[in-house]
Design a protein around this ligand. Structure first.
Ligand SMILES: [Zn+2]
Length: 463
């Protein structure tokens, strides 16, 4: 019954919304050096003050908890609250390459607002505040309270949320507009680890690849003893053709130096990259190195992590389920140092994963002589048929006219550790908002619709 009124409210307040957003964007809220009373530095503290001032100005109760996190609510809650909306006001560094505007000077062009934080996550945070304004100013009655929680450390490890939940209970329901529509109700678990083994001989003098454990590596280098460029050329050609990676070789200091280049991707979506390490392992395995035991060990590793395989089939941990899809497995780091080969992998595990099923990889590694230091994090899941998720989907459909459905992802969101928490908005499928890159933008219509959707959700869940 309030649908038309809420829609009207958002469009009537569009200019005011954009003016408020421009003020938030203007604050450089990258985490900085701690100063007394401000654990994340001046920028995050300044933007939190500004946001809470805005909220107080619109008539809300606000609290600032040690400049780590703050919230706006319809009033102090003595008997708890039904819903938390969690968003964040810190940003990643603005970086280079902006063309549409200065990164901290919000500019509207063709229905989009450009600027750092427009989509991640100041725009969605403000949309939630305007949803609360709509409820309050349209005098839509609520039975239960809720909080709009704004954190200041999402981009640097989410210590803000750990602090928040160390001081307060989980709300019965939580959503975070810091990802994608329609609803992300499942975040895979994670299984990552370092494997290691001493090399028996020095046929392979150097080996180095990858930057971080959670990214498919785009480069890997090696130095090999005892062969020439001519000896290695047939294998190099075969591996280039089979993998689509490029390789280059030079002879230097009595060594054959090889570099392989591929393509980066996030470890949770390894099929989007081209892994330079697994291609290098394949190449090293094919070189005519005579009877090298070190090469045997490289071959064994390559057998468990063959190039172009993303779901752990050869590692013995392939698994999938209907809700979360397939496991992903990516070998992302490698280094040979002081005669010991170390490598790191990152697997994203479906909800059917168990420690026992994952231990098959450890056994297979052990058979190949490798030790494993592994870590397992549980997946996060809120059933699609829960009344909470169904309410979110219904409100999304009502406002957008589009079909609502649930999404499973391999990465973690702001609610990974929050029971009955899901991610809900504000990126739309098929639109690349240049998150964390230059020319980050949000579509004004999506921000307006987000305000409407959130107002419906608050009314449905707390009304
Ligand atoms: Zn974010």
């Amino acid at each position: 019954m309030y649908q038309e009124k809420i829609k009207q409210f958002m469009w009537d307040h569009k200019d005011e919304f954009l003016a408020d957003l421009a003020k938030l964007i203007a604050v450089d809220s990258v985490r900085g050096e701690e100063v007394p009373g401000k654990p994340y530095g001046e920028g995050p503290a300044k933007v939190l003050d500004l946001f809470l001032e805005m909220a107080a100005g619109y008539g809300f109760h606000t609290e600032n908890w040690e400049y780590r996190v703050g919230f706006a609510s319809f009033g102090p809650d003595t008997e708890g609250r039904k819903l938390d909306i969690t968003a964040h006001l810190d940003i990643v560094p603005v970086g280079e390459g902006w063309e549409m505007t200065e990164p901290l000077v919000m500019k509207e062009i063709d229905g989009r607002v450009y600027g750092r934080g427009t989509i991640d996550d100041k725009g969605p945070a403000l949309a939630a505040l305007y949803a609360m304004r709509a409820i309050r100013e349209l005098e839509i009655p609520l039975k239960d309270n809720m909080r709009l929680v704004v954190g200041c450390d999402e981009e640097c490890g989410s210590s803000d949320m750990r602090y928040y939940y160390s001081k307060t209970d989980f709300a019965p329901m939580t959503f975070s507009p810091d990802a994608d529509y329609p609803v992300i109700n499942l975040e895979k678990g994670r299984f990552y680890g370092e494997i290691s083994q001493a090399m028996d001989d020095d046929a392979i003098a150097e080996l180095q690849g990858g930057m971080v454990i959670n990214a498919v590596p785009s480069s890997c280098t090696a130095s090999v003893r005892g062969i020439t460029m001519k000896d290695a050329a047939p294998a190099a050609k075969r591996v280039h053709e089979a993998t689509g990676t490029n390789n280059a070789m030079i002879e230097e200091d009595g060594l054959l130096k090889i570099s392989v280049s591929g393509t980066n991707a996030h470890a949770s979506t390894p099929e989007g990259g081209n892994n330079a390490i697994t291609a290098m392992l394949q190449l090293l395995g094919e070189l005519p190195l005579g009877n090298s035991l070190a090469q045997e060990k490289i071959r064994a590793l390559s057998t468990l992590f063959p190039h172009g395989e993303f779901h752990g089939e050869s590692a013995g941990i392939f698994m999938e389920d209907a809700e979360s899809g397939k496991i992903t497995l990516s070998l992302d780091l490698i280094q040979l140092k002081d005669g010991v080969l170390r490598a790191g992998f990152d697997a994203r595990t479906p909800i059917c994963a168990t420690e026992e099923k994952l231990s098959v990889l450890e056994q297979r590694l052990a058979e190949a002589g490798y030790a494993l230091d592994g870590h397992i994090t549980a997946p996060h899941y809120v059933p699609e048929d829960s009344p909470f998720v169904q309410t979110l989907l219904k409100c999304y459909e009502k406002v957008t006219g589009k079909e609502g459905y649930c999404i499973a992802i391999g990465g973690g969101t702001y609610v990974h550790d929050v029971p009955n928490g899901v991610a809900f908005g504000c990126s739309v499928e098929g639109v690349d908002n240049h998150l964390h890159g230059p020319d980050e933008f949000a579509e004004v219509s999506v921000l307006m619709e987000s305000g409407m959707i959130f107002a419906h959700v608050i009314q449905e869940l707390c009304g």
